[in-house]
Design a protein around this ligand. Structure first.
Ligand SMILES: *Cc1c(COP(=O)(O)O)cnc(C)c1O
Length: 397
């Protein structure tokens, strides 16, 4: 049987390659950080990790993880409700709730699972899910698993959202769902207006803080801090795999009864393994750090401002950002790929994105800043951008 199927796959893969969309993986041989080593032996400055707070290789987190290996062992070999819950899991859930100012938290193996398991237990065909068009793939998949009526509004477009809310009055319950930060432009969801509309049209609100938690807001509490609406959002999902240490793990935090119901009915929670104690212990350490100081957020925000000023002074167009993601616009797809390749030769690792990941004609290099970067790293990055920009005719002078 495999023969025909093999041929089919080979042809499909070739089509992906012909379209220039085949993804090759670069192989790191060092820990994640501002400076990384790849298997060609080249050392490069990394501007494409979600390592926003520079915690991926943090000594305190590593020590906490090592200690938990000794105290709680390596793996749980169980789902949470059978024998996969330790004291550490309960502490971490509490710390996450304290961080976001919510009532309770449920942990998942990843935020992909948190989003995959949040809708189906709570809503059915009588209800409506009203989702931003640029929401993360895991939200889209989670919505697909639920029988609720689906509405989609244009990215951060409050007129369109209002229109969809009016239509959704036909349903029993309504929930507005949005990413906190959108990963291609780095823009944030206008939570103040979303909450206003939710109150006007009787809707619940869910925000995925994966790219915003730890990053956005004065103390990194995410978009609910930025828009001063802590306590007004019913469901927050997020990841431990980005700013919060970068290992693995996801969570849903929010109203008590919602979390309670998810523990009873959420399939990725009920039927998938519990997070390993070392990851949980490092997570606890991480939230303790977050509670005691904002130095990493302050450094990150300073780095974002420094980069934005420098790259604009150098003559590049950027998208207005409210996060640690800066889209340096090149508009042309091939140029974005050539540009990224040239930057790698200059020791700067970034990724060029083009259609269909971003709209036609809006190809760009996405730069992600980190608290692990020093100003001198950013200087090197902007110098490389300038050199390549001149070479490829992006910068005229
Ligand atoms: C990265 C991301 C996820 C997935 O998080 P994992 O924990 O890696 O599964 C979900 N939602 C958004 C908005 C993300 O950016």
């Amino acid at each position: 049987m495999y023969g025909n199927f093999q041929q089919y796959l080979q042809e499909e893969i070739q089509k992906i390659k012909d379209a220039g969309l085949y993804k090759n993986e670069r192989i790191l041989v060092s820990p994640q950080g501002a400076k990384i080593k790849i298997n060609t032996g080249q050392e490069v400055l990394n501007f494409c990790a979600n390592n926003y707070l520079g915690l991926s290789n943090n000594k305190e987190l590593i020590d906490a993880a090592k200690k938990a290996l000794d105290s709680h062992g390596y793996g749980m070999s169980s789902v949470r409700f059978i024998c996969g819950t330790t004291d550490l899991h309960k502490i971490l859930e509490q710390k996450i709730a304290e961080f976001f100012g919510t009532e309770d938290t449920i942990l998942y193996a990843a935020c992909f699972d948190a989003n995959g398991g949040v809708f189906e237990p709570l809503f059915n065909e009588q209800d409506a899910i009203i989702s931003d068009a640029l929401n993360h793939a895991s939200i889209i998949d989670g919505v697909r698993l639920c029988k609720a009526v689906r509405y989609r509004y244009n990215n951060a477009d409050m007129n369109d959202l209002e229109q969809k809310l009016i239509e959704a009055q036909a349903q029993r319950f309504r929930i507005i769902v949005t990413d906190g930060v959108f990963s291609m432009d780095g823009n944030v969801a206008p939570m103040d207006k979303i909450i206003e509309l939710a109150e006007k049209y009787q809707a619940l609100v869910m925000v995925d803080e994966s790219h915003s938690a730890g990053v956005v807001g004065k103390t990194g509490r995410g978009v609910t801090e930025l828009y001063n609406c802590r306590g007004k959002v019913d469901i927050i999902t997020g990841t431990l795999g980005k700013a919060f240490g970068g290992a693995i793990g996801g969570f849903t935090t929010g109203r008590k009864e919602i979390i309670d119901m998810l523990r009873q009915r959420s399939r990725p929670y009920l039927f998938s393994n519990s997070l390993p104690p070392m990851v949980v212990a490092a997570g606890i350490k991480m939230f303790d750090m977050m509670a005691s100081t904002n130095v990493l957020q302050e450094k990150l925000h300073a780095n974002v401002n420094y980069f934005m000023n420098k790259i604009q002074q150098a003559g590049f167009d950027i998208k207005p950002t409210q996060s640690a993601i800066v889209a340096v616009m090149l508009y042309d797809a091939k140029l974005s790929q050539d540009f990224a390749a040239e930057l790698l030769n200059e020791g700067i690792y970034v990724i060029g994105f083009y259609y269909p990941v971003v709209p036609q004609g809006l190809a760009r290099i996405r730069v992600q800043l980190s608290a692990a970067h020093e100003f001198e790293h950013i200087d090197q990055c902007v110098e490389a951008f300038t050199k390549v920009g001149k070479k490829l005719g992006v910068l005229k002078n």
